[in-house]
Write a protein that binds this ligand. Structure first.
Ligand code: SAM
Length: 275
């Protein structure tokens, strides 16, 4: 990021307040963040010393889920809601390694994602970035860029990776997901990663770090996370800790549940398919 440029950051980007996208970028070792984001990242690491590993686990699950949806699930159009800032291997890159024609609509409510995403995608005819808010699903579904880039008569992969924990209970995350899934064709995939609360102190510490620095970020009982999937059939192994979640890589060595370190019990992933 060119911090030194006189017109950077533009007024739409508030560099005095940490943002989820930028704090996550800082924890992943990226450069698209401000001092205030790095201070927030330090609070994460103080409360959860393995915070960087936790977010890398989430990121590797993101890539595995995309490879499954495109490779095995036959998905060739994806809506990635809460996509975040460009990272090492982005959704369209992971998808297009398998099917170069995969279309991806990136959605985020952070204006910095739009500015950096557009720069990354300048030459990509199959991919676009939209600023929209998950809490207004009708706006996402009606967005002209979403409609122009995706064919709702065919299956879509809806990704809510590393973001549903930012929607409060009183903002009705399950209703939002149902609203988004409703117009999607049979065979559409719903791919979520989320934070479980099984009583492990580290799970609550992660949530506390997020709430203290960003004002949102809730871990939830596993039964609550299962409800995100709307009762749709799940791809094996169902909702599982990301270290044990391997739909695209059946040969990967998977640790036994009892062998997981506490930090490996902070993020779960699952993919459901609309009947
Ligand atoms: N999906 C990426 C991943 O898992 O690597 C990035 C996850 S990052 C932790 C969460 C992203 O969700 C941030 O970029 C944040 O700006 C975005 N976000 C948070 N609340 C949102 C909302 N209500 N609508 C759209 N995006 C949102």
């Amino acid at each position: 990021m060119n911090d030194a440029a006189p017109d950077w950051p533009p007024p739409v980007i508030d560099s005095a307040v940490p943002s989820t996208a930028r704090v996550y970028d800082a924890l992943l070792g990226g450069r698209d963040n401000f001092p205030v984001d790095r201070e927030a990242a330090a609070i994460f690491e103080a409360l959860v010393p393995q915070a960087r590993e936790v977010f890398r686990l989430n990121r590797s699950a993101l890539v595995r889920g995309i490879r499954y949806m495109v490779g095995q699930g036959g998905i060739d159009q994806i809506i990635d809601v809460g996509c975040g800032l460009p990272a090492e291997l982005n959704t369209h890159e992971a998808a297009q390694e398998i099917n170069p024609e995969t279309r991806v609509v990136y959605i985020d409510n952070d204006p910095m994602v739009l500015s950096h995403g557009r720069a990354l995608l300048a030459d990509d005819r199959t991919t676009t970035v939209v600023t929209a808010d998950l809490r207004e699903p009708s706006g996402i579904l009606a967005n002209p860029d979403v409609r122009a880039n995706l064919d709702f008569d065919r299956p879509v992969g809806l990704m809510l990776v590393g973001m549903i924990m930012q929607i409060a209970d009183d903002e009705s995350p399950d209703e939002i997901i149902a609203h988004l899934m409703e117009p999607l064709a049979s065979g559409s995939h719903l791919f979520i990663t989320a934070w479980p609360d099984t009583g492990e102190p580290i799970q609550r510490a992660l949530s506390q770090a997020c709430l203290e620095t960003l004002g949102n970020g809730w871990c939830r009982p596993v039964e609550r996370l299962e409800r995100h999937f709307q009762g749709m059939p799940m791809i094996a192994p169902g909702l599982e800790y990301v270290s044990r979640w391997f739909p695209a890589e059946p040969d990967r060595e998977v640790p036994a549940a009892g062998d997981l370190e506490p930090f490996q019990r902070t993020v779960m992933a699952g993919i459901a398919v609309k009947p």
